[in-house]
Design a protein around this ligand. Structure first.
Ligand SMILES: Cc1ncc(COP(=O)(O)O)c(C=O)c1O
Length: 340
């Protein structure tokens, strides 16, 4: 099957596996894995933060970040399409005793004005607005990215009100590719960042929390409490490091392929798409001629996997393991598939 269900479906390449087998390892719970230690330092330097912490997943990473930034009873402002709000099993309430305040942004993105209108007064009876959680690029928002100006405005607002900014950068690599924003800028406008290696970069596992030394120290303890203390994970850090070095440059092609696919969608009267909302590697489009299940089944019968992403909406996500031949087939099927 040509798998467009997600950019998390890629398999490690032989070159990545080789890098993994050559990694020097140690017990990371003791802080003794040299590959992990070097990689944490490297990513922290890249994004201009004091320290980093390698963790198993993007979900754990977001939850650790929120945990270290908040106290019970605090509130986190987030777009209603945010991953933390929709796809993390309500973890923020359970693990950190905090509540999320979802706002209706555009393509999963918040604006300074929207956030400002939701900041609460500091009364005893109000939840305390403690964190603004941004996602860059947005997943459910269709791969949209923040400009430098937008991020700076939000960061200045946060500073003015003494609120933290958390950046869910599961696809920060796509954001950098599309926007040209340099990594250290993200460190300058956020208090905590979660970056992932297992999305479009193609590592089998792994995310990293980037923050101050004190916050990482606290998160290291919480990671253990959440069950995320790992041992000889230099193997995984080596895969992630390989992915950053070798697969980040491939994301540009994924973005181009997504645009070509969106063009094919727009030429099929069974579908509807706003081409202006194709920002990176994620394409969201609506079905007008049949129900979504039927369309997904038909694509599947023709060898292409996608996922439902709303009542009438389908998501297709591009990644580096879609070959040129795959793309040709995807475009052909998408333009010609019909429903009667
Ligand atoms: C924006 C975003 N944040 C966080 C995550 C969570 O990552 P994981 O699946 O590694 O927990 C995802 C997963 O797709 C995501 O899209």
């Amino acid at each position: 099957m040509i798998d467009l269900r997600s950019d998390t479906v890629t398999k490690p390449t032989p070159e990545m596996l080789k890098a993994m087998t050559e990694a020097e390892v140690g017990d990371d719970v003791f802080g003794e894995d040299p590959t992990v230690n070097a990689f944490e330092e490297k990513m922290a330097d890249l994004f201009g933060t004091e320290a980093g912490l390698f963790v198993p997943s993007g979900t754990m990473c977001n939850q650790l970040c929120l945990n270290v930034l908040t106290s019970p009873g605090d509130e986190v402002i987030i777009d209603e399409l945010g991953h933390v709000f929709n796809y993390e099993t309500g973890a923020a309430a359970h693990l950190s005793s905090i509540q999320l305040r979802p706002l209706k942004g555009v393509n999963g993105k918040l604006t300074k004005e929207l956030i400002e209108s939701a900041i609460r007064p500091q009364n005893d009876w109000d939840p305390h607005t403690r964190v603004i959680a941004l996602e860059n690029t947005t997943n459910k928002g269709g791969g949209a990215w923040y400009s430098k100006e937008e991020l700076l405005e939000i960061s200045n607002l946060a500073d003015k009100h003494g609120i933290f900014v958390h950046l869910d950068g599961a696809r920060i690599w796509n954001a950098m590719t599309a926007s040209g924003v340099e990594p250290e800028f993200f460190g300058s406008v956020s208090d905590t960042i979660s970056i992932c290696f297992s999305k479009g970069l193609g590592a089998p596992v792994g995310s990293m929390m980037l923050a101050s030394r004190d916050q990482i120290k606290k998160a290291r303890r919480m990671r253990k409490m959440f069950g995320g203390g790992m041992r000889q994970i230099g193997l995984l850090a080596a895969a992630a490091d390989f992915a950053v070095k070798n697969h980040h440059p491939l994301l540009e092609r994924d973005h181009q392929n997504a645009k070509l696919f969106a063009g094919a969608v727009s030429r099929n009267p069974s579908f509807s798409i706003n081409l202006k909302t194709v920002f990176t590697n994620i394409v969201l489009f609506d079905v007008v001629a049949a129900d979504v299940e039927k369309v997904l089944d038909e694509f599947k019968n023709r060898g292409i996997g996608m996922v439902q992403f709303g009542a009438n909406t389908i998501r297709a996500t591009f990644h580096f393991q879609i070959s040129d031949e795959d793309l040709e087939e995807i475009l052909n099927v998408t333009e010609t598939i019909s429903f009667s």
